[in-house]
Every structure is written in structure tokens, then in C-alpha cells.
Design a protein around this ligand. Sequence first.
Ligand code: DGI
Ligand code: FE
Ligand code: FE
Length: 190
Amino acid sequence: MDRTKALSIVKEQITEKRYIHTIGVMETAIQLAKEYGADQKKAETSAIFHDYAKFRPLDEMKRIIVEQKFDARLLQFNPELWHAPVGAYLVEKEVGIKDAEILNAIHYHTSGRIGMTLLDKIIYLADYIEPGRNFPGVEEARELAHVNLNKALIYSVRNTIQYLLNRNQTVYPDTVDFYNDLVMKGEDVG
Ligand code: DGI
Ligand code: FE
Ligand code: FE
């Protein structure tokens, strides 16, 4: 889809602040796609729509998770996780995007998963390091992102898990699986 058209669609779904975040994710994702040889257009489209469902009412998101038979455990974990799979579903249904790689990148952009594709990884990381982000560790993640994609991902997901643990929050199993998968593959080496 044409960039201007895609941005105008998503702009109606989210706040101004979230829209600025979305532009940052888009620019970062295109840059990472260039550096790591991914499809730049798919990176652009995935990034533009990644937070499409961020402001949907919780009861609507809950209903979609149940009806679409998404992982039922989601309902036991932080509702911050819900907009990702729900976004993938709504972007297909309401915007008509059918590309499975793009829909997966949106679906897993918050939790991560075992066997992340290159596009999944780029969207996950671009969301984490876009220029508007400002939290402890983001500078290190930004530097690593342009040196070693997998090292940057391990650093980022470790930082997120530590953040959740420090606040006595739960950690969704797919996030732990994502972390373990990268470490077991030795993908932080090199
Ligand atoms: O939608 P964004 O704010 O751009 O970013 P996101 O989709 O990565 O959402 C991240 C939020 O989700 C962050 O505040 C941490 C929170 N969260 C809660 N439980 C989990 C979790 N993130 C992960 N990866 N795993 C969890 O179990
Ligand atoms: Fe998100
Ligand atoms: Fe985001």
C-alpha cells in the first residue's frame, strides 16, 4: 500500500503522540531493512500498522482474542500485550492487508516468539529503539542494532524482562521463549 494512504488510515486510529512514535518506527524499520537485507516495503507497511489496535477498548480486544482463538493465556497476562495480535487481525479485516509476513510482524511485535523472522525482528527492534524512545538502556540497544541485530534483540528482550521482574509483573511465556530461543541458538555471538 502507498505510504501516504497507509499513514492516513492509521492516523485516524491513534493519538498524535502514538502517530509520531509510528513515524519513528517506520523510519527505523526501513533503515534496519536496508542494513540487514529485508524487504523495505514490508518493513514500512508493518511499522505503519504495528500499533493500529493500541486504543481499541479492552472488551473488544478480549472478544477478538476469544473469537479468533488466539492464545487464551493472553487474557491472564498484561493487557498491554493484546493490541499486537488484535492489530494483526484488524489490519487484515479493516484495511485489507493479506501479506502473512506483515501480519505476523504486527502479531508478534510486543511479545516476540520462537523463530522470529527477519521482518519480525526488525519491527520488534524498531519499536524498541525509535528516536522518540527514552528509557534506561535504549542508547545501548540503538548502538547494537546497527552492529548485530540478534545481539540488539537479546539486549532488548533481556532489558524488558528485567523491567517487568523489577516491578513484580508477570512475563508472558512467548517473551521468555523468544529470549531463550535467541540465546540457545548462540545468536548473541558474532
Ligand atoms: O505499543 P508500544 O508501547 O509501542 O510497545 P509494545 O507493543 O512493545 O508494548 C510494550 C509494553 O508491553 C511495555 O510497556 C511492556 C509491556 N508488557 C507487559 N507484559 C509484557 C510486556 N512486554 C513483553 N514483551 N512481554 C510481557 O510479558
Ligand atoms: Fe505496540
Ligand atoms: Fe509501538
